[in-house]
Ligand binder design. Structure first.
Ligand SMILES: Cc1cc2nc3c(=O)[nH]c(=O)nc-3n(C[C@H](O)[C@H](O)[C@H](O)COP(=O)(O)OP(=O)(O)OC[C@H]3O[C@@H](n4cnc5c(N)ncnc54)[C@H](O)[C@@H]3O)c2cc1C
Length: 430
């Protein structure tokens, strides 16, 4: 005993020395230990997820409606706000954003998406807008705790899902009035039609494919921007998804994110055959994927925890079902897969936040793994609960339905594999 504690002291002393040397050399110390701020935020979001979100999950799933009162609760405590997302983003390790998302979606994914869906629009404004545009439009995505608002990001169209170059929505510039005129149909837009602010991806030059795209803010109440059919879904049913129609929808020139000068410069570069910023856009997309992966992780962890508790309680053949190796091994593998996915998510989040190039599409890796793990873990959770797992009396059935979207949106699993295979091979795999 005495010997081992001496050894511990020696090891710690060596570790401290190594760390201080690497810090002195300007290299950050490697640690997977969360700092106090990260732990505090995790606890804060977890508390909200456990106390407010989870008890409401089944009700809003059945109602298939936007849970406005819950979003309002989130706004009241400051969780539904740009300040909160800004605070999560400010963490230079990159981990706070995925940690907060995992906790919220552990509470419930449908409500989680009702709260976080706005972030898609905010991220587009933040990523592509000028400081003036950010100041004007981002607060309007959230509203205030007494009058909460939503944002919607609309890229997909009926004929342009995985293949965004197929976008048909057009934006034409009316120079005389300094206005853009948008026409087209957007599909599956989270918060589409009920949002205060819509960010629309439209083509300003169809010949240039996705390089001829630009993003536009549609201010509240703009004529010609209407909700189409609301989609009835398999899961995430507390999150509103709908088509959005743009019919001669006119917006001021100032609604083009980044401004006309920047767009003209970019288009000129593309027309000259130069690479423009498509690589940069790809990098931005890669950077948002770990956050989506973290949401899938939250669902997987919730299902795993539920199944573990259940297996320790449920008795068949005179013993707890977890005493059967097949059940225990399933649970062991569920935990293993969740932890492996989390490491990929954290790695990609750290890389994205610290400007490391995703040489091997690490952002895609994290989302692919987490999405697939969530579907598999929630399916195993149903199996462990048996007949109960298949009913709506137990939450794992809803979790399984909710998990499936994570192999589809923000790039399907096949598209993630395409991105990874292109990155590792340097070839244009089709
Ligand atoms: C609940 C929900 C919310 C959504 N929210 C938003 C939103 O807020 N904003 C938004 O813009 N969009 C949103 N979407 C749309 C979503 O991003 C698309 O559904 C997704 O990108 C896939 O496009 P698709 O449905 O057209 O499938 P498709 O592209 O038609 O793909 C169909 C199948 O073919 C496979 N496939 C396609 N191309 C290839 C290929 N080259 N190689 C191998 N396999 C391929 C796909 O992987 C998939 O399995 C949402 C969708 C849903 C269901």
């Amino acid at each position: 005993m005495a010997d081992s504690s001496v050894a511990d002291v020696d090891a710690n002393a060596l570790l401290d020395e190594a760390n201080s040397t690497s810090e002195a050399q300007g290299e950050p110390r490697f640690t997977l230990e969360l700092n106090q701020d990260q732990r505090d935020i995790r606890e804060w979001v977890h508390g909200f997820a456990e106390g407010v979100v989870r008890p409401a999950a089944s009700e809003w799933d059945e109602r298939e409606e936007t849970p406005w009162p819950i979003i309002q609760e989130a706004a009241k405590i400051g969780l539904y706000s740009f300040e909160a997302v800004g605070q999560f983003w400010a963490d230079e390790t990159g981990l706070t954003l995925p940690i907060a998302n995992e906790e919220l979606f552990w509470g419930d994914a449908g409500i989680g998406m009702a709260i976080m869906g706005t972030t898609l629009a905010v991220a587009a404004i933040f990523g592509q807008g000028t400081p003036e545009q950010m100041g004007e439009w981002i607060p309007q995505c959230y509203g205030s705790p007494d009058d909460v608002k939503l944002g919607a990001f609309c890229a997909s169209e009926p004929d342009a899902g995985s293949d965004v170059s197929g976008i048909r929505t057009t934006a034409k510039y009316d120079e005389a009035k300094d206005e853009w005129v948008l026409n087209g149909q957007k599909a599956w837009a989270t918060n589409g039609g009920i949002a205060n602010i819509h960010v629309i991806i439209a083509s300003v030059d169809r010949e240039l494919g996705s390089r001829g795209h630009a993003a536009f803010v549609i201010p509240p109440g703009t004529p010609g921007c209407e909700q189409g059919a609301k989609v009835k879904k398999h899961g995430l049913r507390a999150s509103h998804t709908a088509d959005v129609h743009l019919d001669d929808c006119r917006v001021p020139g100032s609604c083009l994110l980044g401004g006309k000068e920047k767009l003209d410069e970019r288009l000129a570069r593309v027309r000259e055959g130069k690479k423009a910023k498509s690589q940069a856009a790809m990098q931005t997309f890669e950077a948002s994927r770990p956050t989506v992966g973290a949401q899938a992780l939250g669902i997987a962890r919730a299902a795993y925890e539920y199944a573990l508790d259940y297996a320790k309680e449920r008795e068949q053949f005179g013993k707890k079902i977890i005493e059967n190796q097949s059940i225990a091994f399933d649970l062991a593998n569920m935990k293993l897969e969740i932890d492996a996915a989390r490491l990929l998510v954290w790695r990609a989040a750290w890389m994205g936040r610290n400007g490391h190039k995703f040489e091997n599409a690490e952002g895609s890796m994290s989302k692919l793994k987490a999405g697939e793990v969530a579907v598999w873990v929630t399916e195993r959770a149903i199996q462990i609960l048996g007949g109960n797992g298949y009913t709506r009396e137990f939450p794992v059935e809803r979790m399984h339905r909710d998990s499936k979207i994570y192999t589809i949106f923000e790039g399907t699993s096949e598209i993630q594999q395409l991105v990874i295979s292109r990155a590792i091979s340097g070839l244009h795999i089709k």
